[in-house]
Design a protein around this ligand. Structure first.
Ligand code: FDA
Length: 393
């Protein structure tokens, strides 16, 4: 007969949300994770400096089936609360751009801070532990887990699903939270890769791979002004990653290559001044020369400016400010920063993250159908939802 050990709370997943929840869940908390270390995504995030929150985080920076669900948790544990904790731990940080806060030194400081706070709260952490079975017990939950070759039976009053989404399976991402949610009768929406580079099967941008420029990228009515990067496989850069979360297979995206310039005014002035010039040489003062070269044949940019009517220049500018492209796909979960969709928030309390029909079962972080934009918003959701569940338990 295996000995059963009881905990008040068991949290599955020692990522951003799980650790935050453990800090606030009171006494008698066990956190389980199959990875070798806690917070691995935090460690590699933001190029090793972790974009841990955003100064302007608000409900409008999130996608999900219910556009109101995340409001309550975000309002009760804000970016300023997390910034306070970072400052209390003496971690130096800076704003990189657009309110995005990064560590000056290393993302490892954020992981160390969370582990330190967890230890202070008295939470226990078991790493390299597989979750073999989860079931409802007479009161609460019963789990069979395995670590260091040994199986253990655990029971708990509250069970928190914090195993994240499917992004980057190489780092240990699994669909465990979705499977357990389904097992207990919760709905799980379709999932797809978000904040992900877009691909073109004809590799049309391979010749200009590495070219980058500021643009406005739009998908499904949402626009983002940031850098676009042409790659071997297609398009990347922050503006594309942002738009990718709104893009659906088969749809077009549009690029405005002149977010802050008036190409028509420029080309008309150049025609007046130096009509013998080719259109391409005038455009090269505004766009990367390799990109102009790449578009040259398709758009007839070798023609002389003097030969262009106003209507022809207008048509050309329309093409460059509303460049319609139909990606063939995305790079998928292999490189996606997040998973769109997840456990349906209609089945969860927005105040506590507890499942409405399954008392004692909580869902936090990326496992739920709440996805932030690029720029620190996803970690803020992990902190806010982890806090909401932790303080409610
Ligand atoms: P998270 O994925 O952090 O944690 C889940 C935990 O559960 C992991 O420790 C995993 O090992 C464990 N687990 C999974 N399956 C399990 C199983 N079957 N058994 C046991 N344990 C299991 N966001 C942001 O705001 N700023 C940023 O700078 C970045 N940068 C970034 C870079 C990269 C490369 C990626 C992939 C992602 C980002 N993100 C980001 C997104 C951010 O990392 C993500 O939204 C949060 O980590 C989600 O937190 P969770 O705690 O929900 O899941």
């Amino acid at each position: 007969m295996q000995k059963t050990t009881h905990y008040k709370t068991i949290i599955l997943g020692a990522g951003a949300a799980g650790m935050m929840c453990a800090i606030h869940a009171g006494e008698d908390v066990l956190v389980l994770d199959h990875a070798k270390a806690a917070g691995e995504k935090i460690r590699i995030s933001g190029g090793g400096r972790c974009n841990f929150t955003n100064m302007y985080a608000g409900p409008e920076n999130y996608l999900g089936g219910n556009p109101h669900f995340h409001k309550s948790a975000l309002a009760r544990y804000t970016q300023w609360d997390f910034i306070d904790m970072v400052a209390r731990h003496g971690i130096a940080y800076h704003e990189k751009t657009l309110g995005q806060l990064f560590c000056d030194d290393s993302a490892k400081q954020i992981v160390a801070m969370l582990l330190d706070e967890m230890a202070r709260a008295g939470a226990t952490l078991w790493l390299q532990t597989s979750i073999i079975e989860v079931a409802k017990a007479d009161s609460g939950y019963r789990l069979v887990v395995e670590g260091a070759g040994k199986r253990k039976v655990l029971t708990c009053d509250a069970l928190v699903l914090a195993t994240g989404g499917k992004s980057i399976p190489k780092m240990g991402a699994t669909g465990l939270a979705y499977d357990i949610a389904r097992q207990f009768g919760l709905a799980v929406t379709d999932t797809r890769a978000g904040l992900v580079p877009l691909t073109f099967s004809d590799k049309r941008f391979a010749p200009i791979s590495g070219v980058s420029l500021p643009s406005i990228v739009s998908a499904d009515g949402k626009s983002f002004e940031e850098a676009v990067l042409f790659t071997h496989r297609g398009l990347s850069g922050p503006a594309i990653l942002q738009a990718s979360s709104y893009w659906h297979e088969g749809e077009e995206i549009t690029l405005n290559l002149f977010p802050n310039a008036d190409p028509f005014g420029l080309l008309r002035a150049e025609r007046q001044k130096a009509g013998r010039k080719q259109i391409s040489s005038a455009l090269s003062t505004l766009l990367p020369a390799r990109l102009v070269d790449h578009l040259s044949d398709e758009l007839g940019l070798k023609a002389r400016l003097a030969d262009q009517s106003d209507a022809a220049l207008t048509e050309l500018c329309e093409h460059l400010t509303n460049w319609r492209l139909r990606p063939s796909g995305s790079e998928g979960y292999r490189t996606a920063e997040v998973t769109l969709g997840g456990i349906d928030t209609d089945g969860l309390s927005s105040k506590t993250m507890e499942a409405k029909t399954v008392p004692g079962l909580y869902v936090i972080g990326e496992a739920a159908d709440v996805t932030g934009w690029l720029g620190g918003f996803n970690f803020q959701w992990a902190w806010s939802s982890g806090y909401a569940a932790g303080t409610a338990i």
